[in-house]
Ligand binder design. Structure first.
Ligand SMILES: *Cc1c(COP(=O)(O)O)cnc(C)c1O
Length: 454
């Protein structure tokens, strides 16, 4: 048995995953036999390594940083537990994410709750636990205010105000600077009941400059808060830090050379995640913290002069490399024009980027069970359902050896939204199993279930 290096877009692999896929592919095959296909394998130790990358940036810039794992990125309880065990907080957007974080050992005071439509029950649980709540709007503030005023315990409500930065003027998330200023006046009057801890924003996209600009917008609001006698402590810049899935030069070359004929449907998607971006999360943070704030002093210095902590809520970047999704091939079928379609046991609801009119631009790694015929061999990858849209890779992948039924396809780096965002039980297939892999000091690999089934 051997694992074949893909040709065009080789996924970057953590060394532990590379060792499993290329040096112990029979282990992978045994796990798929035992747990079924597709099999999601999460690596809690890798999430902990990613936390260390953030901590290193914190030290480089001598800032004080609060990290919150953006729990929506993946349904794995083992990854939430890894975040908590690494000593960081959790960004929760539902009572279920909150429950899982508490179950993983987090204290409620280590949670920050974001999202525009938190329910009354969720508000109450957050308040009673002492979690930090990012207030999205005046409309959300009204019920929170009553909750705080009517509290029997004398407990104070902890809040951040979510800014809608000028660059996201049409967004439905957060409140504009003027509305934030109005909220500050209300908060100044409610000081006996509410602790205002600072400001929050979260932007789509992955660029540094829009975040730097948002921090500059907050500088005036921080001053305004202080004038009103409030004591902001935290600037929470949300998530959206990038990760690199494939080598940057290889990726640029791929983008330059791709044409419609490379896709089974004759269409190059209009946009992609920057899979081969130049920055990883640590470099992105360097750029942000060195970006000019007020009076051209770097953001890091402005934070320190102001006595502010930087909070970050990374989802995807903390989950970088922290899972792979393994599909067993059910059937390979010849199509017109020398093309093939590889049907897998599983669907595009696991590894789901095609459902966002885009494509997960990493080549799957073929783990061949033996009888492989030398390639090249072009095939797209389809799920087992009866939906024409159920395609995991529309791109015709160039395999070095012809894939065969029973072989495995490994999609790397699926922890960040790919793996289980759209997971469901279509055709009544049970949801894919999830297991957690851990490598011990001697290099031995152990796997345990990470879902609610036995
Ligand atoms: C989704 C989300 C995050 C995490 O975003 P990533 O792109 O996964 O880092 C952080 N904060 C908020 C408010 C979010 O909605």
């Amino acid at each position: 048995m051997r694992a074949w290096q893909p040709l065009a877009l080789a996924p970057l692999l953590d060394p532990a995953i590379e060792a499993l896929v290329y040096r112990a592919p029979q282990t992978l095959l045994q796990w798929v036999q035992r747990f079924g296909s597709p099999l999601n394998i999460v690596w809690p130790g890798i999430l902990e390594k990613n936390v260390a990358t953030f901590r290193a940036a914190e030290r480089r810039h001598a800032v004080r940083m609060d990290l919150y794992y953006g729990a929506k990125v993946n349904k794995s309880q083992a990854l939430v537990r890894a975040a908590v065990e690494a000593g960081i907080g959790v960004d929760v957007s539902s009572e279920y994410e909150m429950r899982d974080a508490l179950r993983a050992g987090a204290r409620a005071s280590q949670l920050v709750a974001t999202g525009p439509a938190k329910t009354e029950r969720f508000h109450r649980a957050l308040f009673e636990g002492g979690a930090l709540i990012s207030v999205d709007s005046a409309e959300e503030f009204a019920p929170l205010r009553s909750l705080a005023l009517n509290a029997a315990t004398g407990r104070k409500l902890r809040v951040l105000l979510r800014l809608r930065p000028a660059s996201a003027a049409a967004s439905r998330f957060g409140a504009g600077a003027e509305d934030c200023a109005v909220a500050l006046r209300a908060l100044a009057e409610l000081r006996g009941h509410i602790d205002f801890e600072g400001f929050h924003f979260h932007l789509g996209g992955y660029d540094v400059e829009s975040r730097a600009q948002a921090v500059r917008e907050l500088a005036d609001l921080v001053d305004e808060a202080r004038r009103l006698g409030l004591a902001p402590q935290t600037i929470d810049i949300g998530g959206g830090l990038p990760i690199r899935y494939v080598d940057s030069a290889q990726y640029d070359a791929f983008l330059r050379s791709q044409v419609a004929a490379h896709y089974r449907n004759g269409k190059v998607p209009a946009s992609f995640y920057p899979y081969g971006g130049r920055l990883d999360a640590g470099e992105w943070l360097d750029l942000l913290l060195e970006s000019p704030c007020r009076d051209r002093q770097p953001i890091a210095r402005w934070l320190n002069v102001q006595g502010l902590r930087l909070a970050v809520e990374p989802g995807r970047s903390l989950a970088d490399q922290a899972a792979i999704s393994v599909f067993r091939i059910a059937r390979v079928k010849a199509l017109a024009g020398g093309r093939h379609v590889v049907f897998v046991e599983g669907s595009s609801f696991s590894a789901c980027e095609t459902w966002f009119a885009s494509e997960f631009l990493l080549d799957p790694i073929l783990v061949s069970t033996g009888r492989s015929v030398q390639g090249p061999h072009r095939a797209y990858i389809a799920g087992h359902s009866c939906l024409d849209e159920d395609v995991i890779s529309n791109r015709l992948i160039a395999f070095e050896a012809a894939p065969q039924a029973g072989d495995l396809l490994v999609y790397a780096n699926t922890a960040g939204y790919q793996m289980d965002l759209l997971e469901n039980e279509f055709h009544r297939h049970p949801p894919p199993r999830r297991v957690a892999a851990r490598v011990d000091a001697a290099g031995a690999i152990d796997v345990s279930t990470d879902d609610d089934r036995e």
